[in-house]
Design a protein around this ligand. Structure first.
Ligand code: GLU
Length: 435
């Protein structure tokens, strides 16, 4: 089974979505089940409703999960396994207070060395611990030898026992830490591949250590993905709008285009424009670059435009809020100068929903208004229309084209009138309302 394990603690980041997409693709390729695990054990950081928002986003991307689990549902397993390790002396009760630990941390910082747990409580037996009244956490004892694993992108990895350290697995209030809950759940759900961001790389030896201590022998295959950077080569912070999937969708980027871009990013692919289903046929984690890709919104805009071109006219019209598929046809012409649904909608809405402002061409517009409807109805194509209207109005050049364009499109610039004319001719009653 593969899994996507988001924390419901904020807007979904594009890096998370990329992780979800890759896990989903590999699950499909391997014909394995796909688990959506909401990692909700960090209750202080959970934000109400974010779980549902994640699910809504995944649905928009056509990422379907076979099972849904809230990590907190497994809390009894987490606690029982922690006590099992305690009984087997693979873990110990630690009574060090947060203040004591903070002092040690500060000391390590001053001495410019990485903080490691002092080992102070390591020899406390369960019997002794059960007699003490103060709160305690449970720490797993650090491993006796290095923890080794092979990562699909990073290659062979090895962490020595001190790097893994004797770390907390169960908090004083009985809640598991992230590493413990994650390691147990991956074991309980028979996870085969863990694909996640490289910010989790140092967690992996800890999680492997936990499962080994519990006697679990299956090797999970790991792939840690380089973090996506912004165009300036810096980590994309949550405050950068384009890092939020919700923002991209609200801006009018299509899910299929965002998915296409995230699969393309830092990857060798047989083509540039593709669907998620196509990617399932050839996607290979091994082709991903091991260095951080840069998120380029202009490239995404280009990809979005390509996907908008591929949409059926009727569907495009609906996305823009119109029923008539001719609006989809018209919108495709406007793709010359728009890349998102919002930009397109803005242009199309102007044509059908706004009163005209002719600026310096009020007089000319009034002349055109006298004949235009009749001429349109009797013209086969734009050339015929143009010639006839010029004749009737005695206008030419700028005096003719400027007001005409505003009448027809409510915009001073845009695609060639001859291209959009056949559609506007059919919709002329709706356009003429605003003259
Ligand atoms: N909840 C963690 C995150 O969102 C999951 C990491 C993992 O996949 O193990 O980063």
């Amino acid at each position: 089974m593969l899994r996507f394990a988001p924390s419901p603690t904020g807007d979904m980041h594009i890096g998370n979505l990329r992780v979800a997409i890759f896990n989903y693709i590999v699950a499909k390729q391997k014909n394995e089940r796909f688990l959506l695990r909401i990692e909700d054990t960090d209750i202080e950081r959970n934000i109400e409703g974010k779980d549902k928002e994640i699910m809504e986003i995944l649905k928009k991307f056509n990422i379907k999960w076979d099972e849904l689990l809230y990590q907190s549902q497994n809390i009894n397993f987490h606690q029982n396994f922690a006590y099992k390790l305690l009984q087997e002396k693979k873990a110990f009760a630690c009574f060090c207070t947060p203040q004591e630990l903070e002092i040690e941390r500060e000391k390590a910082k001053k001495e410019k060395r990485a903080y490691r747990y002092s080992g102070k409580c390591e020899e406390i037996t369960i019997e002794e611990a059960s007699k003490r009244a103060e709160p305690f956490v449970i720490r797993i004892k650090k491993p006796k030898s290095s923890i080794k694993f092979e990562d699909i992108l990073k290659g062979k990895m090895s962490f020595d026992p001190n790097e893994v350290d004797s770390f907390v697995i169960l908090r004083a209030d009985g809640r598991p830490t992230y590493n413990f809950a994650c390691a147990i759940d991956d074991m309980l759900h028979d996870i085969t591949y863990v694909i996640r961001g490289e910010d989790h790389l140092s967690n992996t030896p800890k999680q492997i250590h936990i499962r080994k201590a519990l006697g679990y022998t299956k090797d999970i295959i790991y792939c840690h993905l380089p973090i996506i950077l912004n165009i300036h080569g810096k980590k994309m912070s949550k405050r950068e709008k384009a890092s939020s999937v919700k923002w991209l969708l609200e801006e009018g980027f299509l899910p299929e285009a965002i998915a296409n871009y995230l699969i393309l990013l830092g990857n060798k692919t047989p083509k540039e424009i593709f669907t998620l289903n196509e990617a399932i046929e050839w996607f290979d984690l091994k082709n991903l670059s091991n260095s951080s890709p840069k998120f380029d919104i202009d490239k995404l805009r280009y990809i979005n435009r390509e996907h908008l071109k591929l949409l059926q006219e009727e569907k495009l019209a609906k996305l823009l809020g119109y029923e008539d598929s001719q609006i989809g046809e018209l919108a495709k012409i406007y793709l010359e100068e728009a890349s998102t649904l919002n930009e397109l909608k803005n242009k199309i809405d102007k044509i059908f929903n706004e009163k005209r402002d002719y600026k310096d061409f009020e007089k000319e517009a009034n002349i055109l208004k006298e004949n235009i409807l009749e001429v349109i109805k009797n013209s086969e194509n734009f050339d015929e229309f143009k010639k006839e209207l010029m004749k009737k109005s005695s206008l030419k050049g700028k005096q003719f084209f400027k007001p005409l364009r505003i009448m027809l499109t409510n915009q001073e610039h845009g695609p060639e009138l001859s291209k959009i004319f056949p559609i506007l001719k059919n919709k002329i009653e709706e356009v003429a309302k605003w003259w």
